[in-house]
Each structure stands twice: as structure tokens, then as C-alpha cells.
Design a protein around this ligand. Sequence first.
Ligand code: URA
Length: 241
Amino acid sequence: MWRGLNTQLRWIALELPLSLAHPMENIRGADMQNHLTIVDHPLVQHKLTHMRDQTTPTNHFRQLLREISQLLAYEITRNLEMSAKTIQTPMCEMPAPVMAGKKMALVSILRAGNGLLDGVLDLVPSARVGFVGLYRDEETLKPVKYYFKVPAQLDQRLVIAVDPMLATGNSSIAAIDMLKEAGARNIRFLCLLASPEGVAAMKVAHPDVPIVTASVDEKLNDQGYIIPGLGDAGDRMFGTK
Ligand code: URA
């Protein structure tokens, strides 16, 4: 039943009232004109299956998350702005491409974001790193900031916010609100799994922030967990609970 469902889910996700131009445009490649990119590369999907499996132990889960976040990082950085730098090869001089502008900022939404952060840093080791900590107020159910530390000159950087699970979208939306208040103008959001509800909420709150993910799953349950999902990402990666 789950086989083939992922394909359907792409359409479900993309048929949300989001007025996306053409769903197929959103599936492959990250040209960042689209709000949602699902990375359906076999390596990503294979690793994700092992992460979903409840018998996968903590150390293997963490390793898989690191590997998959490298692959997702590859997609989310696909169309970075480039400039030319003159270098000398052993044979001749050439104008060679290098990434343009200020160093990128990666922002981890604590605590589970740290699991994605390491893999992205493997690929972009010179990136600056920030952290946003939020907890949910039990009365208002709204996210409350308890920690916020980000690199300077956010307005001049590409900011990639990372959080493995885009579930209700509340904390991701709040974190991106804070990044915009801090000056960020060019933000992308990287997650491992998303719910259709989370994608829709992000589209409404931050239509300018493209999302790259490995899968949009079926739904959220009453407790705000993604179904089928992989459980609590933080607990699975840190062996808590
Ligand atoms: N956070 C998680 O860790 N898992 C979910 O399914 C939803 C939110």
C-alpha cells in the first residue's frame, strides 16, 4: 500500500490550495522557483526507509541522517549564485567558478535540527551557523523563543534553516519569522519529512521560502506526529525517551 503512495502524496501535497504552477515542476531538481522540492533520488529514499524502520538503532539512525542530509544539501544548494575567480592550473590560467557573495548561514532549529546540520556542514564547511530554540507554551500552544543566536549580516547571506520534521509547521514558521526579523531576506528550508499540513502552513506564512524535503507523508495525527513518519526525530537520533 505504501509503495506508490509516495508518488500520490506528491500530488496530494502539491494539490493543496497553494496555486502551484505545475506539480511535476516541483518534484525534481531544486531550481528554487518552486515552493516545494521532493528529492526522490533512490539513495535518499532507500536511506529514509531505514530511518523510518523502528528497529533501526540510534547510532545507525544518526549516521543515515547525516548521509541523507548531505544529499538534501546537494539539492538545496543546486542553483547557488556563482562568480569567476582566476586560478592557475598546472597547465594554464583559467577563470574558474566559485560561490559568490557572503558565506552561507545554516540555522538549526533545536534540538532535532542539529541532526541535519552536521551533514550540511560536511558539504559546506565554511558556512556560518546559527541556532533557534523554541518550546511550546502548554496554555497557548504557541512556540516561545528560549534561544536565538545567528551570524551577523543575515541580510547578505543565503540562510538555510534546518529541521528534520515539518509537522504542524508552527515552530518552523516561528523560527523563520525570527530570522526575517533579524534581517534574513533569502531563506530556504530543509527538512527530512513534511506533512501536507505543514507544507500548506509554510506556503501561507512564508511563500518566499522554498522547501526541500525527502518526502511529504500522508497526514498528521491528533498529537501532531507525521504519519507514517518515523516517530520523534529527536528521540530517535539522541536515544532519549
Ligand atoms: N516531530 C517529530 O519528531 N516527529 C513528528 O512526527 C512530528 C514532529
